[in-house]
Design a protein around this ligand. Structure first.
Ligand SMILES: Cc1cc2nc3c(=O)[nH]c(=O)nc-3n(C[C@H](O)[C@H](O)[C@H](O)COP(=O)(O)OP(=O)(O)OC[C@H]3O[C@@H](n4cnc5c(N)ncnc54)[C@H](O)[C@@H]3O)c2cc1C
Length: 385
């Protein structure tokens, strides 16, 4: 019997141009050849594959959707496809690229001076300088407007003090984009290693192949030339998050696709009651439900990517996309896990690792609930945060 895979159900090929297909193919190849063979061990060991960074840089994935300064200048859809392929391996791999590209580099690209862009972006695109993005604090997550980190002017410098927590790449970053309260409102600072210390977050049960930690600034002396001159107020870091969550929304579909493919293959090979479980109606219901949601989410992602490329994507639409895709990906991973029975909890079948990672994507870059409220605000005009 002829079968159809998810790509055929989506009709991907009719939606993409040649450049987009080429990006998808090259990232897929890199992921399959270099990252997949080690991901089970890396996840178990709580390691990020930092040695493979030059490979990510070689494909132009660091700063991929930024223009100039050694960046690849990919369109939004091509960047989305790259995120999708990276996360089909592990959400932590896509998180690394997202933070470097859409949070740290984007903040400098959008809010930095020409000198800052010249100094940092080419090095970051080449993977020689790694960045992180410090907004969340121990006491302020969904409501970053309450942040306690402060920056006081002292002659030609700023004195930055405070603590940031749950920061991706904190322990490996050479520079941290730190958001701090100043007398004139919230500002952004490029804080260099040595001016900040990082701390571990032990015993993580999700995103184990990603580096997550804390930043400590204890009277860090930051020259004024490291302040982001165009970043004024909380809307600056929020616009970085809006940009990054587009990549999250695309990435999680890669994890969902991987889970579905694993579940289909398993169901066709696993025999119970004398037939492959794939021939059982209740198993097909699981697979059909997962596929339907992934197809719908993918088509929405393509449509919104085209709007983003035209500069017409509203933040409420990004919220809708992020919330929807993280929900359906998490559900896809959980339901795929069940199709695999006991094997579903074994590392080599990947699905529970994806499910555990997707719990983080449900929470970071704005929680599911906060995006619900963003959509609600757009629909009603009333902010219910
Ligand atoms: C793996 C990982 C990586 C991360 N990387 C980064 C990073 O690189 N940089 C960074 O700055 N941050 C990062 N974060 C932090 C992340 O952005 C925050 O966890 C997120 O914003 C939520 O904040 P919180 O955890 O403090 O939860 P809280 O804000 O305390 O929320 C707890 C619960 O209350 C709900 N809630 C809060 N307010 C409301 C409300 N008004 N109405 C209804 N419900 C509400 C939330 O939805 C959530 O369910 C990361 C987190 C994780 C898990």
């Amino acid at each position: 019997m002829e079968t159809m895979d998810l790509e055929q159900l989506i009709g991907w090929d009719s939606l993409l141009n040649d450049d987009e297909r080429a990006v998808r193919a090259s990232v897929r190849r890199l992921v399959r050849e270099k990252f997949m063979p080690r991901i089970v061990a890396d996840y178990e060991g709580g390691r990020f594959a930092i040695e493979l960074l030059p490979e990510l840089a070689r494909l132009g994935l660091l700063g991929a959707n930024l223009e100039g300064y050694g960046c690849a200048g990919m369109g939004s859809l091509a960047y989305g496809l790259a995120c999708h392929e990276l996360e089909s391996c592990d959400s932590g791999l896509r998180s690394f690229v997202s933070v470097q590209t859409s949070l740290a580099m984007y903040a400098i690209h959008k809010f930095g001076s020409e000198r800052q862009k010249q100094r940092w972006l080419p090095e970051m695109a080449a993977g020689r300088v790694l960045g992180c993005f410090g907004l969340t604090e121990p006491n302020h997550g969904s409501d970053p407007g309450g942040m306690e980190t402060r920056a006081e002017r002292d002659g030609a410098d700023w004195i930055v003090s405070g603590r940031k927590l749950w920061i991706t790449n904190a322990q490996i970053a050479h520079v941290a984009i730190v958001w701090a309260r100043t007398r004139d409102g919230i500002g952004g600072f490029i804080v260099e290693r040595g001016q900040f210390a990082s701390e571990e977050i032990p015993h993580k049960l999700s995103m184990r192949a990603s580096i997550t930690g804390g930043l400590v600034m204890d009277g860090a002396r930051v020259p004024d030339e490291n302040r982001l001159p165009e970043a004024a107020g909380l809307k600056a870091p929020l616009s970085c998050l809006d940009n990054a969550r587009f990549g999250v929304a695309w990435g999680v579909l890669g994890a969902a696709r991987a889970c579905l493919e694993i579940a289909i293959q398993y169901a066709r090979e696993r025999t119970q009651f004398g037939v492959p479980i794939a021939a059982k109606q209740l198993v097909q219901l699981e697979l059909a439900d997962i596929a339907t949601e992934v197809v719908k989410a993918s088509l929405l992602a393509v449509h919104y990517a085209r709007l983003k490329e035209a500069g017409r994507l509203h933040p409420a639409q990004t919220s809708l996309l992020k919330r929807n895709n993280c929900r359906i990906a998490l559900e896809a991973a959980r339901r795929s896990r069940a199709v695999l029975g006991a094997n579903g909890i074994a590392g080599e079948f990947h699905v529970l690792r994806h499910a555990a990672n997707l719990e983080s994507t449900f929470t970071y870059e704005g929680t599911d609930q906060i995006h619900t409220l963003s959509i609600g605000r757009a629909l009603t005009g009333s902010a219910a945060f």
